[in-house]
Every structure is written in C-alpha cells, then in structure tokens.
Design a protein around this ligand. Structure first.
Ligand code: KG4
Ligand code: ZN
Length: 325
C-alpha cells in the first residue's frame, strides 16, 4: 500500500510517501526564517507560505521516493488541531488529489500523529500497551492513558501555556528567534554550575495531572527584567544560567507528571511525543528515572520525527487503514 501524507498544521509544509510502514521519502519546506523575524508564527503568513510551497514539497517528496502520484493508493492529511488557515491549505490540496485520482482520503488528528511518530522505524511490538504518553509541543501539552493502538483517554492537560510555548516565550524575552526550544536547550547545555532552583517547579495539587506554565514563564521574564535593569544588560552568562534553570524546571515538571500518571494508571510503559520530545535533557531525565524505577521508555527514533512532520501522518494512516478504517 502506497500512502501520500500531508502535514501543514502550523509552519512546516511536510509531505511523505510510505510503502506500508516503510518511509520511502519525505520533504519538508521550513518557514523558520520568516517566523524568526516576527518571533512567532503569524497564521495568515504561514498559510500563504504553505500555498506557495506545497507543490514544491510534493514534487520533491515524490522524487525522493521514486513514486509517481498515480501509483498512490491512499491520501492522508492532518485535519486538526492546528492553525486553521494552515490546515486548510493541506486539506484542500489533499482532498483535490484524492478526488482527482479517486482514492481513499484519511483525515489525521495531529496529536494522535505525534504519538504514532513513535512507530516510525519501530515495530508495533516495541510499543507496549497499556502505556502512558506525554504529548508536549508548542500548541498542546497533555498526558494520555494509551490503552491500545486506537484507544486513549486524556488524563491531564495544560491549563494555560504548553511547555513548547513557554520555551518560545522565554527565548523571545531574551531576544532570540523562533522556535525557542532548540536555542534555549543549546544555551542550557553550556552551563557548568549547579542547579539552584531559582524558578518555581509548578506542580499544582498533589494529585493533579494538569500542567501550568504561565507562572513559570512570568517568573523567568521577571528575572530577565531584574537582571537587565540592575546591570544595564543581560550578559551571555545570565542567558546561559536562565536557560539552564528554566529547562531544568520544565523537565522536572514534565517528568514528575508523567510518573504520577504512570503510578496512578499502574502501567509499566512510558512514551514521549511532540516537538519538546526533541529535548535531550528531558529525555535523559525521564530515561534515568524510568531505568531506576523499572519502566520501559520510548521516544521518537529521530528528532525529525519529534517535530511536526508528514512521516507521523503517514504511519498513522497506515495503521488506520490496516486496523480501524
Ligand atoms: O510539535 P511541534 O513541532 O509543533 C506543534 O505542534 O506545536 O512542536 C514545536 C515546539 C516549539 O514550541 C519548539 O520550541 C519546541 O517544540 N521544541 C523544543 C525543542 N525542539 C523543539 N523544546 C525544547 N527543546 C527542544 N530541543
Ligand atoms: Zn505538533
């Protein structure tokens, strides 16, 4: 079965071709340079770029895969959640192609696709159910009880910002571009001192599986303002220390919530997904605790599968065709 998958939910125009579970080729047109200027994604600007780039990405993905469009058996596209103008570009193009070639069209949920990114280059047996999955991106931040391939239950979610959004806003407050996660993470890795705990590790109620990152974000912004005002400038050392303390704080919150959920649901399998699952420090913190406490832990095999990409759409489409459609 040949699958052509589209992902345009935010700022990346990504198209992938699968033969069953094998990723034959993927091409992504990134918009980072444009959105770095505005330090965030302007939905209408993103949609215009998707419209400009989508056929460039399509031709490149087909060429990399060695597949002709008339050979495609199934079309798939992210339908929600995401930025509406961006989603519409991918949906319109995919629907038109499916109609033209008279082939099935599968709509894909973006968060579910992030979870299924863990099955790219992995067999189904390697994902042990039931599991608890932390999905953490720029636009969403949840914990799911993942009972079986297509059965999941929401256990907790953010009450304000997502963790990725907090990374982006902290980066912006220090004058960096977008997306903030990789920039903060790189700066944090340069820190050589001890963790001081200068920002609050917000865990809400004792039992809560929900998240809140707006208080942390405000505390970081306050610290930036205080240091800037007292010194006249935010030094490189300040930026490194603030990045380290902030990243530590986010990782501690996410790890604690994930383990709360695991113990509550009495499962032995942990899964991480979404753009923030590209964060090395977070993966290391969860992996160390998982090993110590006897849990299995997986995250997407490559960083490119953590961030928004069409491969996660394609793999989910494959399993949907196989088991649920
Ligand atoms: O899943 P994704 O590509 O898009 C959404 O669905 O939102 O996630 C993007 C988010 C951004 O907020 C970005 O700053 C964050 O993931 N991110 C990271 C890292 N790489 C990307 N956050 C922390 N550390 C990283 N290495
Ligand atoms: Zn995403």
């Amino acid at each position: 079965m040949l699958i052509l998958a589209f992902e345009t939910s935010c700022d990346d125009t990504s198209i992938a071709v699968f033969r069953d579970t094998e990723l034959l080729g993927m091409h992504t047109e990134f918009q980072i340079d444009t959105h770095a200027k505005t330090q965030g994604v302007v939905p209408e600007v993103a949609a215009r770029l998707h419209a400009n780039n989508i056929f460039i990405a399509l031709d490149a993905a087909l060429e990399k895969s060695g597949v002709k469009i008339e050979e495609i058996d199934v079309f798939a596209c992210t339908s929600e959640p995401g930025l509406l103008p961006s989603l519409l570009v991918g949906k319109t193009v995919t629907k038109t192609l499916a109609h033209t070639y008279q082939k099935p069209l599968i709509w894909i949920d973006h968060i579910e696709a992030h979870m299924f990114a863990n099955l790219i280059e992995r067999s189904l047996e390697e994902l042990k159910f039931p599991a608890v999955c932390l999905t953490v991106s720029g636009g969403h931040n949840e914990i799911y009880y993942w009972k079986s391939l297509f059965e999941r239950e929401l256990l907790g979610e953010t009450q304000d910002d997502a963790a990725g959004e907090a990374f982006d806003k902290v980066a912006k407050a220090m004058g960096f571009g977008f997306p903030g996660g990789p920039i903060i993470s790189q700066l944090a890795s340069k820190y050589t001192g001890e963790y001081k705990g200068i920002f609050p590790v917000v865990l809400l109620d004792k039992e809560s599986l929900n998240f809140s990152f707006s208080g942390l974000k405000s505390a970081v912004k306050r610290e930036i303002d205080i240091r800037t005002q007292s010194q006249g400038v935010l030094t490189e050392e300040d930026k490194i220390e603030i990045s380290f303390e902030f990243e530590q704080c986010v990782a501690r919150i996410l790890t604690e919530k994930l383990f709360r959920a695991v113990y509550k649901m009495q499962v032995s399998s942990l899964v991480l997904a979404g753009g923030v699952s590209a964060n090395d420090f977070l993966k290391q913190m969860i992996a160390e605790r998982a090993e110590k406490e006897g849990f299995s832990f997986i995250y997407p095999k490559k960083k490119v599968y953590s961030q928004d990409n069409a491969a996660m759409v394609g793999i989910l489409a494959y399993y949907k065709m196989l088991y649920s459609c």
